[in-house]
Design a protein around this ligand. Structure first.
Ligand code: FAD
Ligand code: MG
Length: 345
């Protein structure tokens, strides 16, 4: 197994909720960690955590994993992919929501973000144990199958049709965000107002750490999949999601190939960036935007982020320069002097 699967993202919740034990209350259940959606997921509800709540949340995560995974042979996305060129396939409400949102980001990025990039993702095999630099001809074939405009979503019939055989959806850039929102909704409906949902570094900080006290979230060193926090910021009721080049990658002949693929070249997106972190009220938006902004680069990425209310971004470039969106100016703390904040640009 690729070791990156255990460290696929950079963002970490630096401070965890420490359960406190009341004199007369039952002892809270410890935070729960499990391997779901190809990554390590942790939910921490502090002193409100119960085994039942954690069971429920992870059961829902596993349902969403089965529905939305491009890697499984069964499940709803797999069924839609199997129906490519053959027939419209009934889509679950969850699939319709995630796919429709993904297609909105395809429009917003002029096709840089493209959930029909599945054949290319499969061809490169990055993080899936089959990584290699594919021959140009195979890249061209995979690219010919992609194209978000070809997807036929029929909301009335509740179906999705991929019109060409071999087409393949991959919702890996957005589905973890949706799943985090779903778990937050589930937990809210059970009366939970504070907690951390961490789906492989796709963080959703529910409420505040304690009344009047925000959460401190760290942004990990984007130069390595194992690094510690190099910056931190305080958030309440926000999702913090990072996309970058050291989440999933392989090296061949001294070259680094990462998993965010540029549909205009068929190769990993190459620009000045190491990573993009998005801070947003909605995790689905944060996930889609982190990948989208990474694909667009700093200038166009900042412009994209500015279109979304209450949404901020941190761009780290290959010289370890850090640019933030306007609303974050003065709110990011550098923990490592190698990272230089360009707050005045
Ligand atoms: P992000 O930046 O959010 O997304 C990058 C991912 O998006 C790529 O890995 C690729 O899948 C896709 N992508 C690449 N280029 C583009 C583009 N231009 N536009 C749109 N999307 C693009 N991993 C496993 O190893 N085994 C599993 O069984 C497995 N199951 C999963 C099930 C689900 C439901 C989900 C959501 C993910 C699963 N994964 C699995 C992980 C998945 O394959 C991706 O690696 C992961 O979602 C990437 O998320 P990220 O936050 O690291 O990067
Ligand atoms: Mg993403």
């Amino acid at each position: 197994m690729n070791p990156n699967q255990f460290h696929p993202v950079f963002t970490i919740a630096a401070l965890a909720l420490m359960p406190t034990v009341g004199v007369s209350c039952a002892r809270p259940a410890p935070p729960r960690t499990d391997f779901v959606m190809g990554t390590v997921c942790t939910i921490n509800l502090g002193k409100k955590g119960t085994e039942k709540l954690y069971d429920e949340a992870f059961a829902r995560l596993r349902v969403l994993d089965a529905l939305l995974s491009a890697n499984s042979e069964t499940g709803n996305v797999a069924e839609i992919n199997a129906g490519a060129g053959l027939k419209p396939v009934r889509a679950a409400e969850e699939t319709l929501t995630v796919l429709s949102t993904a297609l909105e980001f395809s429009e917003a990025t002029n096709g840089a973000f493209d959930p029909t990039i599945g054949p290319l993702v499969k061809l490169w095999g990055i993080g899936l144990g089959s990584e290699r630099v594919p021959p140009r001809g195979e890249i061209d074939q995979a690219l010919a199958l992609a194209g978000y405009r070809k997807v036929d979503v029929n909301r009335t019939a509740g179906t999705v049709y991929l019109p060409e055989p071999g087409m393949r959806l991959d919702l890996g850039a957005i589905a973890k965000g949706y799943a985090a929102d779903e778990i937050a909704r589930l937990l809210s409906s059970r009366g939970i107002t504070s907690g951390i949902i961490d789906l492989g570094g796709n963080i959703l900080a529910m409420g505040e750490k304690a009344p009047g006290k925000p959460w401190t979230v760290g942004i990990r060193d984007p130069q390595t999949s194992q690094g510690g926090a190099v910056m931190s910021l305080q958030v309440a009721n926000r999702s913090v999601v990072t996309s970058g080049i050291y989440e999933r990658f392989f090296e061949e002949n001294g070259r680094h190939y990462h998993h965010i693929l540029d549909p205009s070249t068929g190769f990993p997106a190459e620009n000045e960036l190491l990573s993009v972190t998005i801070i947003s009220p909605q995790s689905i938006q944060a996930d889609a935007l982190s990948t989208s902004a990474f694909l667009l680069g700093t200038e166009r990425g900042l412009e994209l982020v500015s279109r979304y209310p209450d949404t901020e971004a941190v761009f780290v470039d290959r010289d370890l320069g850090v640019r933030t969106s306007e609303g974050l100016r003065g709110r990011v703390t550098a923990l490592d002097p190698r990272f230089v904040l360009h707050d005045d640009d």
